[in-house]
Design a protein around this ligand. Structure first.
Ligand SMILES: Nc1nc2c(ncn2[C@@H]2O[C@H](COP(=O)(O)OP(=O)(O)O)[C@@H](O)[C@H]2O)c(=O)[nH]1
Ligand SMILES: [Mg+2]
Length: 223
C-alpha cells in the first residue's frame, strides 16, 4: 500500500504512547497499525516502535513512528531516548480502572518535563480512555473531561476500544492534525523523509475551542 502512495511531500513524526500498565497501549498501536487485536497479554520489556503510513492529502504522506513503552512503565522511570524528538503524545487510561485516570496527570507532566517543541511549547498530546467496550467501563461527564484536558494541556480526549476498533482512527487523526498545525512552516518545505521532523513553528496555538466531536454520544472532545 505504501508504495502506491502519492508522496510528493512526506513527513515523519515520532509519537509516544504512555499510560499505566495494561491500559491497552500496545493493543491500540496494534489495532491502528495492523488492524488486529488479541486478548493475550504480552508485556515486553524495552522500547518498541511501529510505523503507520497515512495518505494525508493528495500529495502528502504522513509516516507516524509510534513508540510503545513496552513494559518500562512498570519502573516509572522512562529513559530519555523514549521522549527524545517526539512531536506528539498519547496518554492512555483504562475506562474500567479509575486509578489509571488518576495517573494521567503524572504521565502528562512527565512528557512536558522531558520533551518540548523547539519553540519551548509542550508537544501536542491527546488523552485516550480505552476499553469502552467493557461493561465495567465508566464514561466520565464530557464537561469533566474537557476541564481535565484544559487543565493538563491535552488537545483532545477520546473514548476508544482497541477490541472493537472504535474511535482510534479519529483520535489519531486529531493528533496528526495538531502536529501538522504546529509544524505548518515545515510542511510547506517539500520532501523531508528519513528524519524525524522536530522543528519549531510559528503556527498558532493548538488550544482553540470549537473542535468538539459532537457525534451521537459525546465520546471525545477537544479543548
Ligand atoms: N476489552 C478490551 N480489552 C482490551 C482493550 N485494549 C486492550 N485490552 C486488553 O487489556 C490487556 C492489556 O493490553 P495491552 O495492550 O497489553 O496494555 P499495555 O500494557 O498498556 O500495552 C490485554 O489483555 C488486552 O487484550 C480494549 O479496548 N477492550
Ligand atoms: Mg504494552
Amino acid at each position: 500500500m505504501a508504495s502506491s502512495m502519492n508522496k510528493r511531500r512526506e513527513r515523519l513524526f515520532k509519537v509516544i504512547v504512555t499510560g499505566d500498565v495494561a491500559t491497552g497501549k500496545s493493543s491500540i498501536i496494534k489495532r491502528y497499525v495492523h488492524d488486529v487485536f488479541s486478548t493475550h497479554y504480552k508485556a515486553t520489556i524495552g522500547v518498541d516502535f511501529s510505523l503507520k503510513a497515512l495518505q494525508w492529502d493528495d500529495d502528502m504522506v504522513v509516516r507516524l513512528q509510534l513508540w510503545d513503552i513496552a513494559g518500562q512503565e512498570r519502573f516509572g522511570n522512562m529513559t530519555r531516548v523514549f521522549y527524545k524528538e517526539a512531536v506528539g503524545g498519547v496518554v492512555v487510561y483504562d475506562m474500567s480502572r479509575n486509578q489509571t485516570l488518576d495517573s494521567v496527570r503524572r504521565w502528562k507532566k512527565d512528557i512536558d518535563e522531558k520533551v518540548l517543541m523547539n519553540d519551548g511549547r509542550p508537544i501536542p498530546c491527546i488523552l485516550i480512555g480505552n476499553k469502552s467496550d467493557l461493561p465495567a467501563s465508566v464514561s466520565r461527564p464530557a464537561a469533566e473531561m474537557d476541564a481535565l484536558c484544559q487543565e493538563l494541556g491535552f488537545v483532545g480526549w477520546f473514548e476508544t476500544s482497541a477490541k472493537n476498533n472504535s474511535n482510534i482512527d479519529t483520535a489519531m487523526q486529531t493528533l496528526v492534525s495538531r502536529i501538522l498545525e504546529r509544524h505548518a512552516d515545515a510542511a510547506q518545505g517539500g520532501v523531508k523523509s528519513g528524519n524525524v521532523v522536530s522543528l519549531g513553528s510559528s503556527g498558532q496555538s493548538g488550544q482553540q475551542g470549537g473542535a468538539q466531536n459532537k457525534q451521537s454520544q459525546k465520546k471525545s472532545g477537544c479543548c
